[in-house]
Design a binder for this molecule. Structure first.
Ligand SMILES: C[S@@+](CC[C@H](N)C(=O)[O-])C[C@H]1O[C@@H](n2cnc3c(N)ncnc32)[C@H](O)[C@@H]1O
Length: 315
């Protein structure tokens, strides 16, 4: 366990990377207890007991662990001023893609089904998504009696969030969810077992033949980027056929991955060791331009999920 409480961060990063390159699975270092320097910025000095240390807010260590593919364990006090930070390597094999399910059996449709690793991920426990959705719904002006269409609804986490965030929506709203996973929809039907919630098993490419009508809010969280989905065709179909006058659209684009129990920020591309965002940016730029051309005002918010909110332009 090395005392790094006076070392520049760039040296600490190099040291941790060297240990990882040498095959270390667990890393441990002593740093100044972040609470000892609170109110200071990262890199400012703190003198304690006649000795100078470098202060770094706890977030610095959380971010560093995440970017190095590590899990940060709860720090332990070490003496009066220091804490021991322990980090362990994430199991890169325990990713969403690695749990695609049985390739023999409806592999594509059940990729996000009830037995998948995805089914262990709860949108209701993502603080960023809760806050960003709350903001977006306010911008969209979603009312208690809204008629909502959720594309790629899975077991309905986004519906539960909408109902929690818009007062009265749980009692007076009506909902249609479309997905091609039979097992995920079975869960959704159990969860929302009343006639105001309708769940349809279908491919999103066949939206036009479902005769769904139009909606006050169309929401697609993490759906447009699913393998096999033609996101641009789907966006066109929604804008032309499924939005009422005054209706709003909310698209969630993932900018994170799930590894070994952790949500890791940033889309990861093959051959890049750190997140590479050009694809995400290109997609969002397309959605934004298209929606603006169709008389929407467009907002892009969020962090691990980037939210594109489109509301009709006034005037
Ligand atoms: C990443 S999951 C997101 C689920 C949910 N919106 C959420 O955020 O928790 C993508 C969802 O879209 C569904 N999906 C993907 N491609 C589809 C398609 N072509 N037709 C219908 N549903 C599809 C999947 O079954 C899955 O439930």
């Amino acid at each position: 366990m090395r005392d790094m409480s006076e070392r520049p961060l760039v040296e600490i990063v190099a040291e941790l990377r060297a240990q990882l390159a040498a095959g270390a699975r667990e890393l441990s270092l002593l740093v100044l207890d972040p609470d000892r320097g609170r109110g200071r910025f990262a890199g400012e000095r703190v003198v304690l007991g006649g000795r100078a240390h470098i202060h770094r807010p706890f977030r610095v260590w959380v971010d560093l662990a995440e970017r190095l593919g590590l899990r940060l364990l709860t720090p332990r006090a070490h003496g009066e001023h220091l804490v021991e930070l322990r980090m362990e390597r994430l199991d890169a094999a325990a990713t969403l893609a690695a749990s695609a399910g049985d390739p023999e059996e409806d592999a594509a449709r059940e990729r996000y089904g009830a037995g998948s690793l995805f089914s262990r991920i709860s949108r209701l426990d993502d603080p960023g998504l809760i806050l960003d959705l709350a903001d977006a719904l306010e911008r969209a002006g979603t009312t208690a009696d809204a008629r909502v269409l959720a594309l790629g609804v899975n077991r309905g986490d986004e519906l539960a969030l909408l109902e929690a965030l818009v007062p009265g929506l749980a009692e007076r709203g009506s909902f249609v969810g479309v997905d091609h996973s039979a097992s995920a929809l079975a869960r959704a039907r159990e969860r929302f077992a009343d006639p105001r919630h309708q769940f349809i098993e279908a491919d999103l490419a066949d939206l036009a033949v479902l005769g769904l009508g139009d909606f006050d809010l169309v929401i697609a969280i993490s759906t447009l980027q699913s393998p096999g989905v033609d996101d641009r065709a789907l966006l066109r179909a929604v804008v032309h056929d499924h939005l009422r006058p005054g209706g709003a659209l909310l698209l969630g684009i993932p900018n994170c991955r799930y590894v070994d129990g952790e949500q890791v920020h940033g889309a990861r591309m093959k051959n890049f060791s750190q997140p590479e965002l050009s694809l995400v940016i290109k997609e969002i730029a397309f959605y934004r331009r298209y929606l603006q051309q169709h008389r929407f005002q467009v907002f892009v918010t969020g962090k691990s999920y980037l939210l594109v909110t489109a509301v009709p332009r006034r005037g």
